[in-house]
Design a protein around this ligand. Structure first.
Ligand code: ATP
Ligand code: MG
Length: 299
């Protein structure tokens, strides 16, 4: 994985990979997604944020054939996507799920191999049952799966059962499984949920590395630091409608977004009172350099 590119890559952006127009999803009387337009261009990482229940996952489900939108159209590289999830995957759109969906009793490697079934002639059942044509394709497939496990840093756990992985590694394995279908667009639904700050930072690098391999990314996250570090563009969904879309600065500075979602500055950021208190303490420490450590200068 490269760690060289950490800034948004605007130079390489190009034609629309994903073009969703007027997507609406109704459940009975509830309109979960209302008339949403969103494009993701090649070379881009686009963020989708919004409060709980805003319709983000429902929108992903509309993009990936899990739901057939009540209205609207979704195109991938200019072609309307078929309303079946396995056909959407085969077309080149892969995703991970907010609630991890791994085969818990399969190994790490097997989970990635299952993710490859749309790209192998033999298909899923042949892969699982070790059918006649399978052996032939097996070696190449396994090599590619191991490459992906190296890429996400789980090669050393290839024979572990998925259910025995820590939560953060299960999320990474989901990404590897999605990549195994060799997508042109990857949709990530809360990839850092439940991760510690180090894992979140590593996931940021991983997403940059995925983008650098020519895969466009659309990512849902509640971690704003992650989103604003990562994304070329961010769209904000509130009550099913797209409220604002723009670069990180535009979105962070938009009063409606602050009111509807962002609220106060980043969680953990020091407030004015804390800053004043810390400066006062530092000044005090400077004037009491001779004081024994661990006494009154400690707070
Ligand atoms: N299959 C369904 N049937 C009925 N209502 C649904 C269905 N799926 C989602 N909804 C409703 O649609 C709305 C949007 O839900 P969704 O899960 O898309 O939100 P979200 O933005 O992903 O929220 P979160 O950040 O909590 O994951 C919610 O009111 C939810 O209850
Ligand atoms: Mg969701």
């Amino acid at each position: 994985m490269t760690t060289e590119t950490t800034a948004p890559n605007t130079a390489a952006t190009g034609q629309a990979v994903l073009d969703a127009r007027g997507v609406t999803m109704r459940f009975g009387g509830l309109t979960a997604v209302r008339n949403v337009d969103l494009t993701v261009n090649s070379g881009e990482i686009v963020g989708l944020i919004g409060p709980n229940g805003a319709g983000k996952t429902t929108f992903f489900n509309c993009l990936t054939g899990l739901y057939i939108p009540t209205e609207g159209e979704v195109r991938y590289k200019g072609t309307v996507l078929p309303p079946k999830s396995f056909k959407v995957t085969a077309a080149g759109v892969a995703r991970t799920f907010q609630n991890i969906r791994l085969f818990a009793n399969m190994t790490v490697l097997e989970n990635v191999l299952v993710g490859r079934h749309t790209r192998t002639k033999e298909g899923l059942w042949s892969a699982l049952l070790r059918g006649p044509g399978f052996k032939k394709a097996e070696k190449a497939s396994e090599e590619r799966a191991m490459e992906l496990l190296e890429f996400i840093g789980l090669a050393h756990k290839r024979d572990h059962l998925a259910r025995n992985l820590p939560y953060g590694e299960q999320r990474k394995l989901e990404i590897a499984r999605a990549l195994a279908s060799e997508p042109g667009l990857l949709l990530l639904d809360e990839p850092t949920a439940g991760m510690n700050p180090q894992e979140t930072r590593a996931t940021e690098e991983l997403v940059f590395a995925i983008r650098d391999q020519g895969i466009a990314v659309l990512v849902i996250e509640h971690d704003m630091r992650f989103i604003f570090n990562l994304c070329d563009r961010v769209a904000v969904l509130v009550q099913g409608e797209k409220l604002v879309e723009g670069d990180s600065a535009t979105v962070q500075g938009d009063e409606r977004v602050v009111a509807a979602y962002l609220g106060e500055p980043f969680e953990g950021a020091p407030g004015t009172d804390e800053i004043t208190e810390v400066s006062a303490a530092e000044t005090h420490a400077d004037t009491t350099k001779d004081a024994a450590p661990g006494k009154e200068t400690d707070r």
